[in-house]
Design a protein around this ligand. Structure first.
Ligand code: ADP
Ligand code: MG
Length: 701
């Protein structure tokens, strides 16, 4: 059989004429034999099972029933005219109904002969029926070799309309496999298949379409998913390796005075084990001569700032400058005051550059940056303006990366002869295996430990009718000197309504908590930046006790004295957002609380989100639930990595296979990094194909 057999145009398959070939091309992207073979079923119908009529329930889906037709009649008239057969078994009666081809069926149906009827069950009144059933005489049914499970292939509206039915596709598939069975080239090495108990390519391909047993089907799907994930991992690991060898970075092998002095004399607390490990990883990275591009994941409050400072000091010790970029003015300001405080007495110079820095001060910053008197620059997007020129930027630290695009990061690179090392910090945790497979171009460090002495934030779910009790609680907390956040949803589509809710909420809070005893701040996205900052600062400085806000406060704001986070219409927030918001409290030594307010009607999905929040404060656990609820589609970067093109595997549900496939890829590369051993020829072929940026499955066939 010639190797390119699978690339035979689909028109050549017996039974597929030019018309249908065209449909298959346009609707399902099936151009060749190989493409058709790689059209995988969405699901299977178990035809090993027969239902009794008295076992049917309204949503029985597709069922198979053994019985006899005892009566045929025409019912209705005009458009609703239909042929109705009464179908009976020993447990009851139901109806089989035809709207089309009535004459044909009236003439051909046999009374009192055993039939097997198959189809989707519906119920009208007390009567079950199947419209246009697949109907087969029991004798024929028995004589035909049955495969246990019938595949159901993806379809489209157009295909259904043009009568390219599932039965037709199954027929084509049968024809195809009678011609090409055994044509698939094994892609995975023998030892790997043995070690991970993976069945062969040909067996898997045949059984995924025509499973002989449920067991074999399971093994086939596993094998094919493994293969898919394995090659994606191979590609990511190789890309990462290429980046490390090709993109040079400054060598920071000098751990000098500034780092050591700070570590010995200015560190305000002992680093946690996780912080130490991460700093070590960063140091190792920046010392190699390769370019660092590292993602630092750490839950809110896990202490990323100190890691950023230590990273900056490593650059300084090697004669370079550092910058820290934050997504908002408020955050940049907080970083600036936090970092300045940490570095007090060290002689290291730090400046803040944001949109609101006045021209004169700005000019000074520009000058000091260019002549190298300024060590660390902290700021917002203002940092990547063209006028900002570093003398020698050694490391760029980017906080809360999901607000920064790749393009913006690339802009930072242009300021140097070599790209500065990049450390991206995020408080949006992603399960580790998933993160590793999504961000092929990033290395990952995780702070998975909170500083000691933190009190767990108590989280409760309350309904709107409990509002008075909640107000009472707020009063008590304020009496203890604490501050309160009250957050309202802001969703673009209903922006106007949201602002009305926010305003109403604010009005009622002001009524409940009147001047002069209480002072309430309000912050939202429609305010001018300076008004926003003014209000925010009043709250930060403790001048107001309650902050009513939209999600603008979501990211990073640090007010250790705030102990209560009330989230209004909590059912409208996503899990990661709820988690971020909750992270605004629990930053001081006091017991903190998060109250999730909702109305009475909750969807199952909302309920799961709320329950999860109440049950755990572990950001990684929350991220996992979130992924299961939303799927990975929303995660940043997934489009770039090609992961979304997965045919069979589901990056979330098949996470365990992913981890194993990654391990297999790592092992293979450890043995044979150039993929040149003869036993890896199959792997090599797929990889060189992938490098030409063709779809994975085009080749794997
Ligand atoms: P995030 O990861 O959210 O940016 P921060 O860096 O703002 O967290 O740290 C949160 C708080 O925890 C800060 O007040 C910081 O001073 C404190 N902190 C960080 N690391 C430690 C530690 N190892 N021991 C005690 N407190 C720490
Ligand atoms: Mg932070």
């Amino acid at each position: 059989m010639p190797l390119n057999f699978l690339s035979t145009p689909i028109d050549y398959l017996a039974g597929i004429g030019p018309e249908r070939a065209k449909l298959l091309r346009s609707e399902l992207h099936i151009h060749t034999y190989g493409d058709l073979a790689n059209l995988f079923p969405n699901r299977y119908i178990d035809k090993t099972k027969y239902y009794k009529i008295n076992q049917l329930v309204p949503d029985s889906a597709q069922v198979q029933i053994l019985g006899k037709i005892i009566n045929i009649k025409t019912a209705g008239s005009g458009k609703s005219e239909r042929l109705v057969a009464t179908f009976a078994d020993e447990t009851g009666r139901m109806e089989l109904v035809w709207f089309r081809s009535q004459k044909h069926f009236r003439d051909s149906l046999k009374i009192n002969e055993p039939y097997v009827a198959f189809g989707k069950v519906a119920r009208y009144g007390s009567q079950y029926n199947i419209a246009h059933p697949d109907l087969e005489l029991l004798v024929d049914h028995k004589s035909r070799k049955q495969s246990a499970m019938t595949p159901v292939y993806p379809s489209t509206e157009m295909l259904a309309k043009r009568k390219v039915t599932n039965t037709y596709i199954v027929k084509c598939m049968r024809k195809l496999f009678s011609e090409i069975n055994g044509a698939f080239v094994e892609t995975l090495p023998d030892d790997m298949r043995e070690h991970y108990k993976l069945i062969g390519k040909n067996e898997a391909m045949l059984n995924v379409h025509f499973p002989t047993t449920p067991e074999l089907l399971k093994h086939s799907i596993y094998r094919l998913k493994f293969e898919e994930l394995f090659f994606i991992q191979m590609e990511l690991l190789l890309q990462n390796r290429i980046r490390k060898t090709k993109i040079r970075g400054y060598v920071f092998d000098n751990v000098g005075d500034k780092f050591t002095d700070f570590y010995k004399n200015h560190l305000p607390f002992e680093l946690t084990g996780a912080q130490k490990r991460v700093v070590k990883e960063i140091r190792a990275d920046m010392g190699t001569g390769a370019h660092m591009n590292r993602l630092l994941q750490g839950d809110v409050g896990s202490g990323k700032t100190i890691v950023a400072v230590l990273t900056a000091l490593l650059a300084l010790d090697n004669g370079f400058q550092a910058c820290i970029m934050a997504p908002t003015e408020i955050l940049a300001q907080q970083h600036y005051s936090g970092v300045s405080e940490l570095l007090e007495g060290t002689g290291i110079t730090v400046s803040l550059l944001t949109g609101s820095v006045k021209t004169k001060a700005r000019r000074t910053i520009h000058e000091e940056l260019e002549d190298g008197t300024l060590d660390i620059l902290i700021g917002t997007h203002a940092l990547i303006e063209d006028k900002v020129k570093f003398k020698n930027l050694g490391v760029a630290i980017v906080d809360e990366q999901h607000r920064f695009g790749v393009a913006q990061r690339a802009k930072l690179w242009k300021k140097n002869e070599l790209p500065p090392h990049v450390l991206v910090m995020t408080a949006t945790p992603i399960p580790r295996t998933l993160a590793m497979s999504l961000y092929g171009d990033l290395d990952i460090s995780v702070i998975d430990e909170l500083p000691p002495g933190r009190k767990e934030i108590k989280t409760v779910h309350r309904y709107d009718k409990n509002r008075l009790a909640v107000f009472g609680f707020i009063r008590d907390e304020i009496a203890l000197g604490r501050q309160i956040y009250m957050v309202y949803p802001l969703i673009e589509e209903s922006e106007k309504l949201d602002y009305k809710d926010l305003q109403d909420g604010y009005d009622s809070i002001v009524r409940e908590f009147p001047l002069p005893k209480y002072k309430v701040s309000i912050v939202h996205g429609r305010m001018k930046p300076e008004d926003k900052d003014y209000e925010m600062n009043r709250f930060v400085n403790g001048e107001t006790q309650i902050m009513v806000a939209t999600t603008v406060i979501e990211v990073g704001v640090n007010v250790p004295n705030a102990s209560v986070m009330i989230i209004e219409s909590a059912e409208r927030f996503g899990l990661s957002q709820l988690h971020q918001l909750r992270g605004r409290v629990g930053r001081g030594g006091d017991q903190s609380y998060c109250i999730l307010m909702t109305g009475h009607k909750l969807s199952a999905n909302s309920k799961t989100r709320l329950d999860t929040m109440v049950a755990t404060t572990d950001g990684f656990k929350i991220a996992e639930v979130d992924l299961k609820l939303r799927g990975p589609g929303d995660l940043m970067g997934t489009q770039q990595s090609g992961v979304m093109d997965l045919r069979l595997a589901d990056i979330v549900k098949d996470n365990h296979i992913l981890a194993i496939a990654r391990e297999a890829a790592q092992k293979l590369l450890a043995k044979d990094v150039k993929i040149e051993k003869p036993e890896h020829a199959g792997v090599k072929r797929v990889m060189s194909f992938l490098q030409n940026k063709k779809g994975l499955w085009k080749y794997i066939s």
